[in-house]
Design a protein around this ligand. Structure first.
Ligand code: GDP
Ligand code: MG
Length: 435
């Protein structure tokens, strides 16, 4: 079925738009991919409905199928959701910045405390680790070992039975020794319980942390969502650190956690070692969750190829007959699509020499309006646009005769430049040679 369909779509060459009908199969695939990646089913539904309604009507590039285009849209939407918040740690102007790590037992809090300390050390900042998991002596020792390894101070008191008091003393100590950052490693439980939440709340109220980071084990999948939700409701979290992404978890819980808590993912743990730690990258996570990286790359390549093809066609035409307003319109569109003037300058010879081509959205709309108010003949032959035509065009586009004049002059200037360029390079262009 798919091959046949692909053939049909290819024949239509870019005339296809995404419809509910022609992305049915893709939606099914995406749904399965997300569920397999441990995204909560409610989140999946909401997410897909949302992308679907945005996607309908989008044009399908030739050489691609609607399915492929849809999957790329899904990917982009994932990236934008995952990366829609700033994800750096908020450092206080007057130190110490207080970071509190919370999460279930075994999620990776203590390891992450060490990783964070190392991360900040690389940035030239001093850290103090506070051993606030006071119930297990081994937990305190674990942090002391990390501290030794990192040559960073660890505050602990094996006699104390009061986690809140330890946290307060730890922060005081950091102030006294002028540390930039205090990282409080708290206790966890295998399951959420009242006592734990009470203790964490009490610590929070006592030291007023700048960040409360929820450490989530990617391996526990969907359950992470409920846990995150409960921690967030009980104490309020400011960010998430996702650990054990070096395993084979697809990480879909990341999407659910963000959706459910509205809190950004700040870092990911990718191994047991202290440097197996990095800032969260929305695009990598999106590819991992969707597991359809090949399609995404394919679509990106096709998009580039289309842009290149258009640019080449234009370059050839321009070389022969010069630019008219239709070309100008198309060029501005390409500039918009490719995101920057620079990327298109590489493709069209002579364009780099062009003055005033940097159009912002408002300018572009005005230029578009002016060109649309021209007759087809005027668009092709700028020289026939006399005074009364200019007035008509200005009126039709809601601009002034001055605006119309400026645009006509710009076109003339470009054509002059192109002529110069052509003479200099004997008609062949950079682009042809590059191919
Ligand atoms: P805590 O109970 O929350 O303090 O968790 P720990 O920091 O003691 O970590 C529990 C286990 O998970 C330890 O064996 C860690 O080495 C391991 N761990 C933590 N982070 C990662 C990670 O990103 N990748 C892998 N593979 N293991 C990790
Ligand atoms: Mg621990």
């Amino acid at each position: 079925l798919n091959e046949k369909l692909q053939g049909v779509f290819r024949k239509l060459r870019g005339e296809v738009k995404l419809t509910e009908e022609n992305i049915k199969e893709a939606i099914k695939q995406v749904r399965i991919a997300l569920l397999e990646a441990d995204v909560n089913y409610k989140v999946v539904k909401k997410f897909i409905d949302n992308v679907q309604s945005k996607a309908i009507g989008e044009i399908v590039l030739k050489s691609l199928t609607p399915d492929q285009v849809f999957i790329k849209l899904v990917h982009d939407e994932l990236v934008s959701i995952l990366g829609s918040h700033t994800s750096k740690i908020n450092l206080k102007p007057n130190p110490p910045t207080v970071i509190m790590l919370v999460g279930l037992q075994g999620s990776g809090k203590t390891t992450t405390a060490g990783k964070l300390a190392k991360y900040f050390q690389k940035d030239g900042r001093s850290t103090l680790l506070v051993a606030d998991d006071i119930y297990r002596p081994a937990a305190i020792d674990q942090l002391i070992v990390l501290g030794n390894q990192l040559k960073t101070d660890v505050f602990y008191d094996k006699e104390s039975k009061n986690a809140t008091e330890i946290a307060v003393r730890g922060v005081d100590q950091a102030k006294k020794s002028a540390k930039d950052i205090v990282i409080i490693d708290t206790a966890g439980r295998l399951h959420i319980d009242e006592d734990l939440m009470k203790e964490l709340k009490s610590i929070k109220n006592a030291v007023n942390p700048d960040e409360i980071l929820f450490v989530a084990d990617a391996m526990i999948g969907q359950d992470a969502v409920n846990v995150a939700k409960q921690f967030n409701e009980a104490i309020g979290i400011t960010g998430v650190i996702f650990t054990k992404l070096d395993g084979d978890a697809r990480g879909g819980a990341a999407l659910s956690i963000m959706e459910v808590t509205g809190v950004p993912i700040k870092f990911v743990g990718i191994g047991e070692k202290l440097d197996a730690f990095e800032l969260f990258h929305p695009d990598r996570m999106a590819s991992r969750i969707l597991g359809m990286g090949d399609v995404v790359t394919l679509v990106e390549m096709a998009q580039e190829a289309i842009d290149a093809e258009e640019a080449k066609e234009m370059a050839t035409k321009v070389g022969k007959t010069g630019l008219d307003f239709n070309d100008l319109l198309q060029q501005f569109r390409m500039i918009k699509k490719m995101g920057s003037l620079e990327s298109i300058m590489k493709l069209i010879p002579g364009l780099s020499a062009m003055p005033d081509l940097n159009v912002d959205d408002k300018q572009f709309k005005r230029i578009e309006a002016i060109i649309y108010s021209m007759t087809p003949e005027e668009r092709k032959k700028a020289h026939i646009i006399n005074g009364s035509r200019k007035k008509r065009i200005a009126k039709g586009s809601g601009t002034t005769v001055n605006d119309v004049n400026k645009l006509i002059m710009q076109l003339e200037q470009m054509n002059k430049m192109l002529k110069k360029f052509k003479n200099k390079f004997g008609g062949t262009n950079k682009f042809d040679r590059k191919m």
